[in-house]
Design a protein around this ligand. Structure first.
Ligand code: B3K
Ligand code: ZN
Length: 871
């Protein structure tokens, strides 16, 4: 596969003013007719070069220009497209081709999922439907007619329905017209035997919008939460960004076979069933929250992505980073802000930091790619969102809103760049963000080394910040970043000290140089710094906190995020010590101070229970691995297991009191307070079961049998799967499956609980699960639940010393690549970080990766990830 470079960007040679599509659906031979009004792009220069269209795996039937058939000798079929000679600056092109949705297992282009037709075009899937200039800077008005046999009563596409009827041969058709010009990646088509839930929404300016969610009949009772979330998102975007919806209808479709979470096609969002369907009996709290955030995310794309789109795919973070920031703020406004921030940051630190320190590290705006699908990454999405958040921090909420208003107004209907976004922010606020732009072009996670000195005589407190950033592939040296460092200073009483004459207790320092000293004057005592409040920048902060200081911050910091962060630093220090003791063959013990700290958190009645749950959670093995210079998997596993066990034992009585106090029989509601209570309660239950005491496991059994909602049921089952005797685990799993076997989403959860269990999810079990009748290799959700769960969330079993976990993943990746390259290229990631592992384990991992490389011809997707990781 060849590499595409940002520096090679050229404007399109030809524009498409209108696109008329006509589909005659058939599983193995769908006929596509496309009529394009094409015009030479005046910005592209002189002359009339051949028209080059993208096309992949298409059967070309005919080409006509202005109604006249073009003989096959005149045009040229390319390996991935079609080149047609042009002799007028404007013309109408008509192409007929055939495609095979039934055999399309890549889930890109037009495919079948449980007998329903659906599409996925972003980034480059439209070229698997018909020949087209398949690039986001070609925007066109689409009209789509779908013809299908009667067993597909629902026929959908973008925009408004303008006609429907029956053909002479008794098939039915529907025509859709989208009044907004859009790039091909936002095209969508759905055809199936679907039911719908309907509602309506009145916009701020008084327009009525019809809202519809389509699913298979059996899931019709699981749409309410998504519908509520959609209406909340529509209101929120009006209030916070002044953005109204622009069509008269907004449709959502749930699909079982889907490569990612959802897709923002104009007026017709397509969702992975797992990210839209929920009921209290079948979905956990985290699923409810995930649905709210993804429904919001896709809806927000209507402005940040669709009305203003990307010029090219290097600009992906323009829409994704911004939209993730928008959905995160939406979720924060709907739920607990601090808890949302903690969840996002812990995910970023574990997974995005690992990506930024690994072989696929790339800037938020990459410079090159082989396969763009590989760049829908944590860096482009989550770090991209952090970059937008920093702009928000630097400009303030009002300044940011001025900037976003200008951005939407200036670029409405256009395909633009990350540069245009920053420029709008600058122009609206009269500020310069020149150095800040490096966040878009430099990869790697910056490190801040902070030291301080207090001068008693003068009352001066000097804080020195040194920044650095490790080298990443292709970027040996980095220039200093512009880092907003939010901080407060705590006095001995635990309150925030005033930092200026106005009495402000928090400042945002502008860190712009390699080394800088910031002075605070007039302090009566040496303060304790609370650094990087609310995680004001995606960086690592090193400061020599003592255990006492961290305990103090845990109790007193006015910034909830930093209270949690102090608990994590504390746990991390203890776990580091345990790892090192283990390596030296010393006996392990957990410092009493840590136990006392956890106890006081657990007993604290003033804290949000969800925050307590977050503070009680030890950093995951993956987090510990990311933070290690060299990963010693065995030491990590032993240390964490020991710490968890010691805490569980020491806190047993407190955990029990807390658990009992939170147990309630109220009917389920997914609101923040109740989610918080369940989260803490189930954290307590899990800790209690760690001891494997019979009374604790009995509690889990009781909760499992009595639970009236899936959150409690799944938590109890999870505890059993991790800590109960094999016979009890087996019985509970069988019972659960019997009860829920008809429910796809619950079966996926059931798979996941097993594949991620340190105890139950052995490689043998995972292989067994793959033989289960409900497992389906062609369904990404099932693959993610079973194989992905094992590789990404079962640190213990995956890292088995004999390397069998790595070999297994390699073998699955090779098989999956033949069916679905995007999924294969994701699944391989856990075995790409071999360089960070100590000793033999690293070699075994490398060997497994090499086996993938040597297995024969790889897809471009998989080849890119594997070759870059072996280099
Ligand atoms: N924009 C889509 C992602 C498409 C991924 C294509 N491989 C979903 C989203 O970010 O909203
Ligand atoms: Zn998105």
């Amino acid at each position: 596969p060849s590499t595409v470079y940002l520096k090679d960007y050229r404007v399109p040679e030809y524009l498409v003013d209108s696109t008329r599509l006509h589909f005659e659906l058939q599983p193995k031979a769908t006929l596509v007719k496309s009529q394009l009004k094409i015009r030479r792009n005046p910005a592209a220069g002189e002359g009339l070069p051949p028209l080059v269209l993208d096309g992949v795996e298409l059967e070309l039937l005919s080409v006509s220009i202005d109604g006249k058939l073009v003989p096959a000798s005149r045009y040229q079929e390319l390996p991935q497209g079609l080149s047609i000679p042009v002799d007028a600056p404007e013309f109408e092109l008509e192409i007929h081709n055939r495609i095979n949705p039934e055999d399309n297992t890549s889930l890109e282009g037009l495919y079948l999922s449980n007998g329903m037709y659906c599409t996925q075009c972003e980034a480059e899937g439209f070229r698997k439907i018909t020949y087209y200039p398949d690039r986001p800077d070609v925007m066109s008005r689409f009209t789509t007619t779908i013809v299908a046999p009667r067993q597909y009563p629902v026929l959908l596409s973008n925009g408004n329905e303008t006609a429907r009827g029956t053909t002479e041969d008794g098939r039915q058709f529907v025509t859709w017209e989208d009044p907004f010009a859009k790039p091909s990646y936002l095209f969508a088509l759905v055809a199936g035997d679907l039911q719908q839930v309907e509602d309506s929404y009145t916009t701020a300016s008084g327009r009525e919008v019809k809202l519809q969610i389509f699913t298979e009949a059996k899931n019709i009772g699981k749409c309410d939460h998504a519908m509520r979330s959609l209406k909340k998102a529509m209101r929120w975007d009006e209030e916070v960004y002044g953005r109204e919806y622009d069509l008269d209808i907004f449709m959502v479709v749930a699909v079982d076979h889907f490569n990612m979470g959802a897709m923002e096609n104009k007026g017709l969002n397509i969702f992975n069933s797992a990210c839209v369907l929920a009921s209290p009996e079948t979905a956990t709290d985290s699923t409810f929250q995930r649905i709210e955030s993804i429904v919001g995310h896709e809806y927000f794309h209507n402005w940040s992505g669709n009305r203003v789109t990307c010029r090219d795919w290097f600009q992906l973070s323009l829409k994704e980073g911004f939209t993730v920031f928008r959905d995160a703020e939406f979720s924060a406004d709907m739920n607990s802000r601090a808890v949302k921030r903690i969840e996002d940051v812990s995910m970023l630190r574990t997974t995005q930091f690992a990506e930024d320190g690994g072989p696929m590290a790339h800037p938020v705006r990459p410079d090159s790619y082989m396969e763009i699908s590989n760049f829908y990454t944590l860096t482009v999405y989550e770090k991209g969102a952090e970059v937008v958040r920093m702009i928000h921090t630097l400009l303030g909420a009002e300044g940011f809103r001025k900037g976003s208003d200008l951005y939407f107004e200036r670029h409405d209907g256009c395909a633009v760049t990350c540069e245009d976004f920053i420029k709008a922010m600058e122009d609206a606020n009269g500020v310069g963000l020149t150095q800040f732009r490096r966040w878009y072009s430099q990869a790697g996670t910056p490190v801040l080394d902070v030291t301080d000195a207090y001068d008693e005589a003068t009352g001066n407190y000097a804080l020195t910040v040194k920044q650095s950033c490790p080298p990443t592939p292709g970027q040996e040296q980095k220039l200093p970043f512009h880092i907003p460092l939010a901080l407060g200073l705590l006095g001995a009483e635990g309150t925030d000290l005033p930092l200026d004459s106005a009495g402000n207790t928090q400042v945002v320092l502008q860190v712009t140089e390699q080394e800088q000293t910031f002075n605070f004057t007039g302090l009566q005592e040496k303060p304790l710094p609370s650094l990087l409040r609310d995680f004001s920048a995606p960086v690592k902060v090193r400061y020599g906190y003592t255990t006492e200081q961290l305990l103090f911050l845990m109790r007193n910091d006015s910034d909830a995020f930093n209270r949690w962060d102090a608990s994590q630093r504390l746990a991390f220090m203890a776990l580091e010590q345990l790892q090192s003791d283990y390596r030296q063959g010393k006996s392990l013990y957990l410092p009493e101070a840590l136990v006392a700290a956890y106890r006081s958190v657990l007993q604290n009645r003033d804290l949000d229970p969800a925050l307590i749950a977050e503070m009680l959670a030890l950093p995951s093995e993956q987090t510990l691995a990311e933070q290690s210079e060299q990963i010693d998997a065995e030491a990590i596993i032993v240390a964490r297991k020991f710490a968890r066990g010691a805490l569980a034992k020491a806190l047993k009585d407190d955990l029990l009191v807390c658990y009992r106090g939170l147990h309630s029989d109220k009917p389920y509601s997914p609101d923040a307070a109740e989610i918080a209570a369940r989260s803490l309660k189930n954290t307590c239950l899990t800790y209690l079961c760690v001891t494997e005491d019979t009374d604790a496991l009995e509690l889990a059994q009781q909760q499992f049998h009595r639970a009236s909602n899936m959150t409690d049921s799944a938590a109890a089952l999870g505890a059993l799967v991790n800590f109960a005797e094999a016979a009890d685990t087996e019985a509970a799993l069988a019972q659960f499956y019997q009860r829920w076997r008809q429910d796809t989403q619950v079966v996926e959860l059931w798979f996941g609980l097993q594949s991620t269990s340190a105890r139950w999810g052995t490689l043998e079990k995972v292989r067994e699960l793959m033989q289960h009748p409900a497992f389906e290799q062609k369904n990404p959700n099932k693959v993610r639940a079973v194989i992905g769960g094992f590789a990404n969330r079962n640190f213990t079993q995956f890292h088995r010393a004999d390397g069998s976990g790595f070999e297994f993943v390699a073998e699955q990746v090779i098989a999956l690549d033949k069916l679905n390259p995007q999924i294969a290229a994701r699944l391989v990631i856990p075995i790409t970080r071999w360089k960070k592992y100590r000793g033999e384990l690293g070699e075994k991992m490398q060997g497994a990766l090499q086996a993938v490389m040597d297995s024969g011809k790889l897809s471009a997707d998989l080849y890119e990830v594997v070759s870059k990781s072996l280099a």
